[in-house]
Design a binder for this molecule. Structure first.
Ligand SMILES: [Mn+2]
Length: 431
């Protein structure tokens, strides 16, 4: 799916909500499409990689598809290759050399195309304009291109080097280009920030749809289905990760994925669900009371987790580190109280509280390097207390700005009071 189509689909959702304004929104379409990364941005990323890897010849390989396509998952493009090329078709690769960039496209394959559609190749009309690469050649030319740069260091993504590069290198040593590409990916451009915000906004609507539907007697998979409907209906291509819809005791399992339990009145329901839209991921968690109101003890624990999230977000700014934010969240939980067994709540936070988000739901990020403007990370403290059958997590996505941080997912209610008000305002017959 092209980026333009994503914009159209977002407009479709908005259109349902604000039907009278649909015409006006459609008039704004070129503006929204313009927000996505364009050929000039992909070229600038390759230039940045060239500057970061002087004297190197970087080979980045895209995702490949099976002869008749990837039956279970569909085709998935490699994130590093996409970041440098913007190219969405299978079987491609690129070279970023000391002087020039080359896109390598597979030879035409009519037998495969019968299953997965026609692909562009080096001889396709206007291929330079379609790809944004001045030079587009067949993947068969890889060995000759590598041989033409005998003095260059060979670096590869993924690493260790794929078979195609090792064959073309003819015994020359190959290093990793992954770290250099990840360094670039850590800082999001304005176009990328807009893409992540779009995935976040659609995912927020998915969470709200779940809250409208959920209640005692419903199965976890039914809640997951309601959430997926919202983002697939909006044109998003994938779950950013398998939906985690965990009621009661299940919420103690951090990456619970069975989603088979029927929830009861009095349970908490943890939903860690996000969409991938136009290649960019969202990652959001809320924990809500199935019957509409938290018990006093649930509220106490929820408020402790929210306070930890708020403290970490308040400390997020350029120069701070994720290690520090993790420590602040833990310290807040420690002061907030104890579980029934007598241990302080920080003992029940069994994971790190942050990671990057972008093309991947766990995008490149450093725990120890200073945060910089343009980084997008999650803040997601939780407590998982088996003896109280309580698993609570609150996860937001924050953008590091010049002087602090902006919560990109603040539009989804976070406080116990705001969540209860939302649930109380639901229409009565809603399933
Ligand atoms: Mn996460």
């Amino acid at each position: 799916m092209t980026r333009n189509q994503s914009a159209v689909n977002t407009l479709t959702i908005l259109g349902q909500v604000f039907k009278p304004f649909l015409r006006l929104l459609l008039a704004a379409l070129p503006l929204l499409a313009w927000a996505a990364p364009d050929a000039a941005e992909f070229r600038a990323r390759r230039e940045a990689l060239r500057r970061a890897s002087p004297g190197a010849l970087v080979y980045a390989q895209g995702g490949t598809e099976a002869e008749r396509g990837n039956i279970r998952t569909g085709f998935l493009q490699d994130a590093n290759f996409y970041y440098l090329s913007g190219w969405m078709e299978p079987g491609a690769a690129l070279l970023v050399g000391p002087e020039t960039d080359v896109l390598l496209l597979p030879e035409p394959d009519p037998a495969r195309d019968r299953y997965t559609g026609a692909k562009q190749h080096a001889g396709s009309p206007d291929i330079a304009a379609r790809t944004g690469f001045a030079r587009v050649v067949s993947t068969k030319e890889l060995a000759a291109l590598v041989a033409s740069q005998p003095g260059a260091r060979l670096l590869a993504s993924p690493s260790p080097a794929p078979e195609a590069l090792r064959a073309a290198a003819g015994g020359r040593e190959t290093g990793s280009a992954v770290e250099a590409i990840h360094q670039l990916r850590m800082i999001k451009s304005p176009a990328e920030i807009a893409m992540v915000q779009q995935a976040a906004d659609v995912s927020i609507e998915a969470h709200k749809a779940a809250w409208r539907r959920m209640g005692p007697g419903l199965f976890e998979y039914q809640v997951a289905a309601s959430m997926g409907f919202v983002y697939f209906d909006a044109g998003c291509e994938h779950h950013a990760y398998p939906p985690i819809v965990a009621s009661g005791q299940n919420a103690i399992v951090l990456h619970y994925q069975r989603n088979k339990r029927r929830m009861d009145a009095g349970d908490l329901l943890l939903m860690d669900v996000g969409a991938e839209c136009g290649m960019y991921a969202a990652d959001i968690t809320r924990t809500v009371p199935v019957s509409g109101r938290y018990t006093p003890r649930q509220r106490e624990l929820y408020n402790a987790v929210l306070a930890a999230a708020d403290a970490a977000i308040a400390a997020a700014k350029p120069g701070a580190t994720l290690e520090q934010l993790n420590g602040i969240a833990r310290e807040t939980l420690k002061k907030a109280g104890e579980a029934r067994g007598g241990k302080t709540l920080d003992n029940y936070l069994t994971h790190f509280v942050s990671h990057g988000v972008g093309l991947d739901v766990h995008d490149p990020a450093s725990r120890t390097a200073p945060l910089e403007p343009g980084m997008i990370v999650t803040i997601e403290p939780g407590v998982y207390i088996p003896e109280e059958a309580a698993g609570i997590r609150v996860e937001d996505m924050i953008l590091i700005t010049r002087d602090g941080a902006r919560n990109m997912t603040a539009a989804l209610p976070r406080t116990a009071r705001a969540i209860e008000s939302f649930l109380a305002a639901r229409p009565k017959a809603r399933r």
